[in-house]
Design a protein around this ligand. Structure first.
Ligand SMILES: COc1cc(O)cc(C/C=C(\C)CC/C=C(\C)CC/C=C(\C)CC/C=C(\C)CC/C=C(\C)CC/C=C(\C)CC/C=C(\C)CC/C=C(\C)CC/C=C(\C)CCC=C(C)C)c1O
Ligand SMILES: C[S@@+](CC[C@H](N)C(=O)[O-])C[C@H]1O[C@@H](n2cnc3c(N)ncnc32)[C@H](O)[C@@H]1O
Length: 327
């Protein structure tokens, strides 16, 4: 089988990559990553404190944020359609599973960091609304002698239809938030959500504020993952839950091989055809390979102070959901 294009590039660039271990500035990183596209391959321990990775490229920590910003600024308009095309809709199932795992209760205060175009937030609102409506119907059926007006009122109060639940969508990118807000208008999501421009590494919220913190396909893009995890811990209430949906390490060799071919040969091509942006989608597949595998990420979450940390692999580990509690 021919080597994927980017893998060939990666090999050609090996001199530069082996000189630097991009993840070096992040406490808790293990020497086994970043990984090559075709499996674990430790890179050199030599590194400079201010360097990190942007895909397979070595950049300064100062540069990385700007580069990530440009990627999402560039893809924002085509972001949703690209996700459906790349995954044939499978990303929707992963996001649904995140919500089922969360199983929010009435009144849940959710912070969705790197919330982008709102996929997690809208699912959350749908979930709590459906749950609240079921509860309300049960209560209405149980109550005798209610007037039609009283019944209608119960259905009309939008705020109440969420049972007090609320989602705060926080993202560093104005363009992603703009698309998210447009989707919210089009989808009729008015109550129970707010949009905030903010950095996962320095969240603009008080301590102990949220019941649940989610980050879906976001933490991979953050410069200092440890800082983002510490911030997650800070803003959660005691008893609060951290949930992260992110690309991970494929645990089936056949799927892994097909996935590598698909990632490096097909995804950038789709990116070019649909979004007119090969580079951003090359960054996507490279950044996936730079992210720590399940066990190492679990340890990083524990290092940030979370307890009862577990993870669940989805689609042979193409993605995983990590969960932890602030106790
Ligand atoms: C810039 O940063 C970003 C931008 C974004 O837009 C999004 C994100 C964040 C990401 C997401 C929210 C999710 C995005 C989803 C993905 C990256 C895709 C994940 C991949 C899958 C679910 C499928 C995994 C694929 C496999 C296990 C391999 C199976 C693939 C094949 C049999 C095709 C192998 C390909 C070739 C041999 C090359 C020749 C083929 C073609 C030219 C045809 C192209 C084929 C397709 C479009 C079909 C793709 C097939 C599937 C999706 C099959 C699914 C099957 C299974 C899961 C078993 C972001 O950070
Ligand atoms: C792949 S998108 C995920 C969007 C959404 N969560 C989803 O699942 O579709 C990654 C998002 O992370 C955001 N992001 C990257 N770095 C960030 C940071 N330091 N703080 C907050 N958001 C960030 C990007 O702007 C982008 O919207």
């Amino acid at each position: 089988m021919a080597a994927p294009r980017s893998w060939a590039l990666w090999s050609l660039c090996g001199r530069g990559l082996s000189r630097v271990m991009p993840g070096c500035t992040i406490p808790g990183l293990r020497s086994s990553w970043p990984r090559s596209p075709l499996g674990a391959r430790p890179l050199s321990q030599e590194k400079r404190a201010t360097e990190t990775h942007f895909g397979f490229e070595t950049v300064s920590e100062e540069e990385k944020g700007g580069k990530v910003y440009q990627v999402f600024e560039s893809v924002a308009k085509k972001y949703d359609v690209m996700n459906d095309m790349m995954s044939l809709g499978i990303h929707r199932v992963w996001k649904d599973l995140l919500l089922w795992k969360m199983h929010p209760f009435p009144g849940t205060q959710l912070l969705d960091v790197a919330g982008g175009t709102g996929d997690i937030a809208f699912r959350f609102l749908n979930y709590v609304q459906a749950q609240h409506q079921r509860k309300q119907k049960r209560q209405l059926r149980a109550q005798q002698n209610l007037s039609w007006e009283e019944i209608a009122k119960k259905y009309q109060n939008e705020e109440d239809s969420l049972g007090g639940s609320h989602v705060m969508i926080c993202d560093i990118n104005k363009e992603m938030l703009k698309i998210g807000k447009q989707k919210a208008c089009a989808g009729g999501y008015k109550a129970g959500l707010d949009w905030v421009l903010g950095d996962a590494e320095e969240l603009p919220f008080d301590d102990d504020k949220f019941d649940v913190y989610t980050i879906a396909f976001g933490i991979r893009n953050v410069t200092h993952i440890d800082r983002a995890l510490q911030e997650a811990h800070r803003v959660l209430k005691p008893g609060g839950r951290f949930l992260c949906l992110e690309f991970s390490q494929v645990n089936n060799p056949l799927v892994s091989r097909l996935y590598d071919v698909y990632s490096f040969q097909v995804i950038p091509v789709l990116g070019e055809i649909i979004a007119g942006d090969w580079k951003s989608y090359q960054y996507l597949v490279e950044s996936i390979r730079q992210f720590p595998p399940q066990e190492e990420f679990k340890e990083m979450i524990e290092d940030a102070g979370f307890q009862k940390v577990t993870y669940e692999n989805l689609t042979s580990g193409i993605v995983a959901i990590h969960s932890g509690f602030k106790l």
